[in-house]
Design a protein around this ligand. Sequence first.
Ligand SMILES: Cc1cc2nc3c(=O)[nH]c(=O)nc-3n(C[C@H](O)[C@H](O)[C@H](O)COP(=O)(O)OP(=O)(O)OC[C@H]3O[C@@H](n4cnc5c(N)ncnc54)[C@H](O)[C@@H]3O)c2cc1C
Length: 592
Amino acid sequence: MTAIPGASWLVDPVGTRPQFTGSDFTDDDRLYAKTAEDFVRSEVLPQIERIEAQEPGLMPALLRRAGELGLLMIDVPEEYGGLGLHKTTSMLVSESGALCASFSVSWGAHTGIGSLPTVYYGTDAQKRRYLPRLATGEWLAAYALTEPGSGSDALGAKTVAARQPDGSFRLTGVKQFITNAGFADLFTVFAKVDGEKFTAFLVERASPGVSTGAEEKKLGIKGSSTRQLILEDVHVPADAVLGQIGQGHKIAFNILNIGRFKLGAGAIGAAKECLKIALDYARDRKQFGQPIASFGMVQKKLADMATRIYVADSMSYRTAGLMDAAEAALDRGAPDYVARLIRESIEEYTIEASALKVFGTESLDFVADEALQVLGGYGFTAEYPVERHYRDSRINRIFEGTNEINRLIIPATLLKRIGTGGLPYMDFLKRVDAEIAQGATWASASQGALEREYRATEVSKRVVAYITRVLVEKDLASLKDKQQHLEILSNMIIDVFAMDSAVNRTRLLKGHGTEDDDRLRLMMTNIFVASAAERVIDGARRLLVNEFEGDELRRHLKLEDIIPRIPIRTVAVKTRLAEALVARGLGPVFLR
Ligand SMILES: Cc1cc2nc3c(=O)[nH]c(=O)nc-3n(C[C@H](O)[C@H](O)[C@H](O)COP(=O)(O)OP(=O)(O)OC[C@H]3O[C@@H](n4cnc5c(N)ncnc54)[C@H](O)[C@@H]3O)c2cc1C
């Protein structure tokens, strides 16, 4: 398998590279996913009231039970007591188990940000000491980066690690909002050695001086433990340092990259559940003598919810596949294997992970909100689980890097890649300029059912390229401070990733399943691309208008004259899509 460069979809024509679509999940993958889903449905959700009341000992017991079922060992290498499965498997399991966010956040904090720092950065001795215990749930883990005074600005942490003459350290500081803090046995703690070198440490709960604050009272994910971690002169040995002294930022950011990718996937799992509830309800509920599913505005909601989910799946499966392909291309026996694994299978896909985090979490917010609306007053009551999903979804835009921070990461990473030549964007920009000069019409490479969608996606890539170039040429130095510009650009890039992923997935999946499945996938691609292409053009116009004036603006706005407006009618499509979904439920198209 060859690795595919991150963000190459910004440059390559649709479908140039292989893409993992979800059709290639193995029976084993599906079995792990089913185990997770069955466990949450049969053993977690029935206890939801006790979970939300934070009954002492219940969440750790559920996590340990998940450990017995093998659900904590998926990302732990085999040599350390885990299963060492693919990212695609891990992602599918996260998605399938995300039906109770109080549990899935605790589970994700343990298996993801809690355990992965040791998986990727631990020494052999650290891995031998901790990973077999974490893989079974004998020990539970947490990740302690945030502080009362430093959230998004994580490197502004004040926790200190005072170096002792014998090489050990004394840690003092307060960490804020730490998931699983109420019961975790092992914390990955970030602190500054000598007051400046940002460093990760593995701190055991039993160490004298470790304590936790009171449980936060929260809007959602009420059953998860969120507390301060208080470190008062905590003595840790020299070998508690994780990775290198002064290199903690790399651990913090790379682990968050995986966390983001899994969070995006998990959000989509919860969104599928909300849509399923809304479909069932809309089919049964009658008003004015007919099912509410027959009303156009309800149909539009159902169609838009399904479309966001289908597109988010396309992005998430693709991203997991990219990570797996990059990992498969490496030589496991090489001495620099782990370093390359981190660089080439995680860091490389920073843009994809942030895009998925933003798109997945905002899709869940949208879907949970619309599902609640479809259920009317009943949606607002605790009688239906949509009320819980609505409350629980809100946190996702805040943790693992707020969506604002992730929106900044996307263009910043892109500009860095252009600068270092990591992405052949300059060649692409030249090609786009030449195409514009020649009055190109960007005819579609595909003549099939996706012709307009191909064309709209290719045109959108060129609009993003054009805008990126003019912004950089105008004033690269000040661009990083123009956050409102960057937000628009970021949204355009996310839309391109989403369009490219969905159009290619629909192409690749043609013939998989029934003709009805094909029809559904086409409709959702059609609906999404119609709106995303318009958003990209609108974003370009807003950026140009805000950045230029007079003749220069008029010259740039000529871009609009040459951009083909691609009429895609969506009203009737949304009706047909909603009718099909109401009749058949989610089914294989959504891997449900
Ligand atoms: C329930 C819960 C669980 C959590 N679990 C963990 C955990 O396990 N481990 C852990 O380490 N942390 C955890 N966190 C902390 C979480 O990651 C932070 O809350 C988050 O990173 C934001 O930091 P903050 O709350 O200090 O907000 P701030 O950083 O103060 O941000 C406030 C607002 O300003 C915006 N903002 C900040 N900086 C910028 C900027 N440069 N440009 C534009 N906008 C900006 C933010 O987007 C946000 O809208 C958790 C938080 C919660 C609520």
